[in-house]
Design a protein around this ligand. Structure first.
Ligand code: ZN
Length: 281
């Protein structure tokens, strides 16, 4: 982590709500919710005023239970979901001076294809299960403007090797692969256009423990080799502990604690974090 440099991604006061709100809940300063929703009108406040920075070469972990808003946060950053309010800036996009959330759909697609990669918990969201594995990589490269078939094939081979998919299987469809292999192909696809930011959403959840450990090792290795910045969402503090330099703890749509991962593990401040750390012991 190099804090003296400017962040690669800055998110300011980002919010996402489902529902129109009512008198009881409209004002963020005075709203009193039942967890993350308003009992009067049913509006769900998934993300409430999230502010954070991601620095070059760091892994920022986001931990929280289901319903904490961590995956919605990630979907908003990747434009899978439209925010209700807030700002986001990428240092390498228009000099970091333009709020990404206010860009056109076309520009958002450009940002997704060139500057970010995302790996989903459910491989069906990140992969075309019927395409070949190398075809999945080519698809992402074509989306970013590549047209040279030989160059795409060379890049595809290089990436599949990097994630330890045997090349003799590169023409096979991901639907024929194990869960761990599917995640490896997703990672290769997400990296295909050399993004500066990789988003990882519960990527090892549901895998067998030994497979999980292999995928986490791979992510760690890629992070070291490529120096890529990562946002890593997980409900599992063990996963966060293994990979994240810094950690944010989310509860009911808010960040309740953030700091160096070691510090959070050694001296958790918030009662919810204390409970999470306890459960690791
Ligand atoms: Zn309400």
């Amino acid at each position: 982590m190099r804090k003296e440099t400017a962040p690669v991604l800055s998110v300011r006061n980002m919010s996402k709500q489902f529902g129109g709100g009512c008198e009881r809940c409209a004002n963020p300063d005075t709203r009193v919710l039942d967890k993350n929703y308003c009992p009067d009108c049913g509006t769900v406040y998934s993300c409430q005023g999230l502010t954070f920075d991601l620095y070059p070469g760091e892994v920022l972990g986001i931990v929280g239970e289901s319903g904490s808003g961590k995956s919605t946060m990630m979907r908003c950053v990747y434009f899978d979901e439209e925010v209700t309010g807030g700002e986001a800036y990428i240092r390498t996009y228009k000099g970091g001076s333009v709020n990404l959330f206010e860009e056109s759909q076309q520009q958002k697609r450009y940002i997704r294809n060139h500057l970010m990669g995302k790996v989903y918990q459910n491989p069906m969201l990140g992969l075309r299960m019927e395409f070949t594995s190398i075809g999945n990589i080519a698809e992402k490269m074509i989306a970013a403007g590549s047209r040279n078939v030989q160059a795409m094939e060379a890049r595809g081979r290089e990436l599949l090797e990097r994630v330890h998919i045997p090349l003799f299987r590169m023409k096979e469809a991901p639907k024929l692969f194990s869960g761990g292999m599917q995640q490896r192909v997703q990672i290769a696809k997400a990296l295909s256009n050399q993004p500066s930011i990789l988003l990882l959403d519960e990527v090892t959840t549901g895998l067998d423990l030994s497979v999980q450990a292999n995928v986490l090792d791979l992510i760690k290795q890629l992070q070291r080799e490529l120096g890529i910045s990562m946002l890593l969402v997980s409900h599992d503090l063990g996963v966060i502990r293994m990979l994240a330099d810094r950690t944010m703890v989310m509860l009911d749509g808010r960040i309740v604690e953030q700091g160096l991962t070691d510090q959070i593990l050694e001296d958790p401040q918030h009662a919810y974090t204390q409970q999470l750390v306890q459960s690791l012991l």
